[in-house]
Ligand binder design. Structure first.
Ligand SMILES: [Zn+2]
Length: 136
């Protein structure tokens, strides 16, 4: 199984595909599925800003569209265009909620500060998750 540093490398590769002409902030994500497959995602902005989607949700949408439902971890990296990554890029609130639909509180979120992995869990980033379905 891929390790955290390798997952960060996948996210850095995904970041190269970012379409971010408005924010000039490029983000990459790499989602590790329970079958070992890694699905990349990047942020895709739109002139109608509400149509913009974040990198981690891009990865989830691609994976879910492939029929995947079980996920182990996601790496997320981001920085302004042309900048070296030197601080973590944590997922936005919408993405935290989105991930909670498919992932429990132990789901690993691998951030990157330019030096190495910074580990979080979904439960740390989104305690007291809103759930309609009543499990957990
Ligand atoms: Zn987001």
């Amino acid at each position: 199984m891929i390790n955290e540093r390798e997952l960060i490398q996948e996210a850095l590769e995904a970041r190269k595909s970012s379409h971010s002409p408005y924010s000039h902030f490029a983000v990459g994500a790499a989602l590790l599925c329970s079958d070992g497959q890694v699905i990349r995602g990047t942020n895709v902005e739109n002139a109608s800003f509400g149509g913009t989607i974040c990198a981690e949700r891009s990865a989830f949408l691609a994976a879910i569209s492939m029929g995947k439902r079980d996920f182990l971890a996601v790496a997320i990296v981001g920085a302004p265009h042309g900048d070296r990554i030197d601080k973590i890029c944590a997922p936005c609130g919408i993405c935290r909620q989105f991930m909670s639909e498919f992932c429990g509180p132990d789901f690993k979120i691998v951030l990157y500060d330019g030096e190495g992995p910074v580990l979080r869990t979904l439960g740390e980033l989104l305690p007291d998750t809103f759930l309609l379905k009543g499990d957990e």
